[in-house]
Design a protein around this ligand. Structure first.
Ligand SMILES: Cc1cc2nc3c(=O)[nH]c(=O)nc-3n(C[C@H](O)[C@H](O)[C@H](O)COP(=O)(O)O)c2cc1C
Length: 198
């Protein structure tokens, strides 16, 4: 599992959410790799799409190597953090997201519905299956002094998404499509773009 943090902020609620999911996943026997280097990915440039840019090559390889992705991204000004959208744009031509199961989260003031909606839309447009999603509103009020999420309801929601990720190896192609369809409907994303079952 590749767990991608969409915030560059040192004390990040999205990273704290990933910490909880990572712990749950490793407890369930999954191997989790954290990706916290979005700042190293340059601005997307179609002219450079086939260039051997080390950070982009590494990014694509990590996506390919993962059986599932977990993306936690902040919402800024009513949209998903630009660093995340930028990194995802580098995957369009190389098709790394096609039929990749992805879980999305957004921790932030409102719970980041716009960020989750936009993430689900762009991931779906690239053929990924967004199989679960969670928003965490007012994360500071749900965290301890060290920024660790401690709110019981939030921990339950995060352990449910971890359970979905752990179930990926046992999910059939139709299960992925059904889960992606449910999430797309929840978030108001056009289901017509969901990739057909493998
Ligand atoms: C520039 C900026 C814009 C923001 N816009 C939104 C927003 O549109 N919706 C929202 O829910 N929170 C917004 N926030 C608050 C963030 O959700 C909050 O800072 C969150 O903790 C950021 O994620 P992080 O802690 O993982 O870095 C904004 C914060 C910043 C710095």
């Amino acid at each position: 599992v590749l767990a991608i943090c969409g915030s560059l902020q040192r004390r990040s609620a999205n990273r704290a959410a990933l910490d909880v999911v990572t712990l749950a996943l490793t407890g369930q026997g999954s191997v989790v790799e954290r990706f916290d280097h979005l700042a190293g990915i340059p601005a997307f440039d179609v002219d450079q799409v086939d260039a051997p840019i080390a950070s982009v090559v590494d990014w694509r390889q990590r996506i390919d190597a993962a059986e599932a992705l977990v993306i936690a991204a902040p919402e800024y000004a009513g949209g998903v953090a630009g660093t995340v959208k930028n990194a995802l744009d580098w995957l369009v031509g190389s098709g790394n997201l096609y039929r990749k199961p992805v879980v999305i989260m957004s921790a932030g003031t409102t719970g980041g519905r716009h960020a989750r909606q936009q993430l689900a839309q762009t991931l779906t447009w690239q053929g990924a299956y967004v199989i679960a999603e969670v928003g965490i509103a007012h994360p500071r009020a749900k965290s301890d002094r060290d920024g660790r999420l401690v709110d019981a309801t939030t921990l339950v929601a995060l352990s449910s998404v971890a359970a979905v990720v752990s179930s990926v190896p046992t999910m059939r192609a139709d299960d992925l499509v059904s889960a992606a369809t449910r999430v797309a409907r929840e978030l108001g994303v056009d289901t017509a773009h969901i990739a057909p079952a493998a």
